[in-house]
Design a protein around this ligand. Structure first.
Ligand code: CAA
Length: 285
C-alpha cells in the first residue's frame, strides 16, 4: 500500500519530538508540533535550525533544502493545531499518566481516519491503545536519539492494531530513509531491553567502586568500540528516562536482574538528569 500520510503532528518538543520534526520536514511532510511550553517550542526550532545548518556545512543538504524544511514546520501552542494531521506522533515524557491525558485531549479533535502513534521507549502499546478511541489505528513508532543521525526505527503493533495501520506506518518510515525493525509488544521492545540493562550494569559498576566514571566509559568506548561510554549515553538519554525504562522492565518482566541501580534512583531524586539538567554522571554547566 502507498503512503497516505501527507502531514504529521507531533506532541512534545523535547529532543525526540524535535528530532522527529527535523526528519519529517526534511522528507517533505507538513509538520505541526505542539508543546505545553511556548519556550520549549521556540528552543526546539532553534535546535533544528542549528542541526540543519551543521548538515549544510558538512554537505549533507543544501541551504535551500534547509530553508524549505524549516518553512514546513508550524508551531502549535494549542493542541487543536494538530487537528487536521494524517498522523500524530506523541513524543511526550515517558509517563503513562501524561500520555493518557494527551490522548484524551487529542482523540476527539482528530479526523477519525487519522493514525495515532506513540514514540514510547518501553510502555505497552496495547495498554496505551486501550485508552484511546482508536486502538486499531494506534501503533508504536520508536525513533532513536539523535533522530536525524540514527538509522533505526522500531515498529510495534498493539494487539488491536490493524494491518492497514501497520502498512501505512511502515511506508511512512521508509520515506524518512530509516531502517525498520519490527518488535513485539513486550516491555522496552528490542533496543532498550538490551541497552538499558547494560547501562544499569555500568551504573552498578560505578556504585560498587569497580571503576571511575571515566574508567567505565573509556573501557566501553575503546574496549567494546561503543561510540559513547554507557554513562555518557545515560546522560544523553536522560537519567529519568533510563530509570523509567528499568522500572518498566522490572515490573513487566518480574525479574530481579532488572532492578534499577540505587545510584540511578538517587541521581534522579537529586534532579541530576544528565545533559538536559546540566548535571548527571558528568557536569555540563
Ligand atoms: N542532532 C542532529 N545531528 C547530530 C546530533 C543531534 N543531536 N548529534 C550529532 N549529530 C550529527 C553531527 O552533526 C554530525 O553530523 P555530520 O557527520 O554531518 O557532521 C554527526 O552527527 C556526528 O556527530 P559528531 O561528529 O559531533 O560526534 P560523534 O561522531 O561523536 O557522534 C553520536 C555523535 C552520533 C551521538 C554518537 O556519539 C553516537 O552514535 N552515540 C550513540 C547514540 C545512541 O546509542 N543512541 C541510541 C540511544 S537509545 C535510544 O535512543 C532509545 C531510547 O528510547 C532511550
Amino acid at each position: 500500500m502507498g503512503n497516505q500520510i501527507k502531514s504529521v503532528g507531533i506532541v512534545g518538543a523535547g529532543q525526540m519530538g524535535g528530532g522527529i520534526a527535523h526528519v519529517c520536514a526534511m522528507a517533505g511532510y507538513d509538520v505541526h508540533i505542539h508543546d505545553v511550553s511556548a519556550d520549549g517550542l521556540q528552543s526546539m526550532l532553534a535546535t533544528i535550525s542549528g542541526n540543519l545548518a551543521r548538515q549544510v556545512a558538512s554537505g549533507k543538504t543544501t541551504e535551500s533544502d534547509r530553508e524549505a524544511a524549516l518553512a514546513r514546520i508550524a508551531l502549535a501552542p494549542q493542541i487543536e493545531g494538530l487537528a487536521a494531521m494524517d498522523l500524530v506522533i506523541e513524543a511526550a515524557t515517558e509517563d503513562e499518566t501524561v500520555k493518557r491525558k494527551i490522548y484524551q485531549q487529542i482523540c476527539p479533535i482528530l479526523n477519525p481516519e487519522a493514525i495515532l502513534a506513540t514514540n514510547t521507549s518501553s510502555l505497552s502499546i496495547t495498554r496505551l491503545a486501550s485508552t484511546t478511541d482508536r486502538p486499531e489505528r494506534f501503533i508504536g513508532i520508536h525513533f532513536m536519539n539523535p533522530v536525524p543521525v540514527m538509522k533505526l526505527v522500531e515498529l510495534v503493533r498493539g494487539i488491536a492494531t490493524e494491518d492497514q495501520t501497520f502498512q501505512s506506518a511502515r511506508s511512512f518510515i521508509e520515506t524518512l530513509d530509516k531502517t525498520i525493525t519490527v518488535a513485539e509488544d513486550f516491555p522496552a521492545f528490542i533496543v532498550n531491553r538490551i541497552l538499558l540493562p547494560m547501562i544499569n550494569e555500568a551504573i552498578y559498576t560505578l556504585y560498587e567502586g569497580v571503576g571511575s566514571v571515566e574508567a567505565i566509559d573509556t573501557a566501553m568506548k575503546l574496549g567494546a568500540n561503543h561510540p559513547m561510554g554507557p554513562l555518557q549515553l545515560a546522560d544523553f538519554i536522560g537519567l529519568d528516562t533510563c530509570l523509567s525504562i528499568m522500572q518498566v522492565l522490572h515490573d513487566g518482566l518480574s525479574d530481579s536482574k532488572y532492578r534499577p541501580c540505587p545510584l540511578l534512583v538517587k541521581y534522579v531524586e537529586a534532579g541530576w538528569l544528565g545533559r538536559k539538567s546540566g548535571r548527571g554522571f558528568y557536569d555540563y554547566r
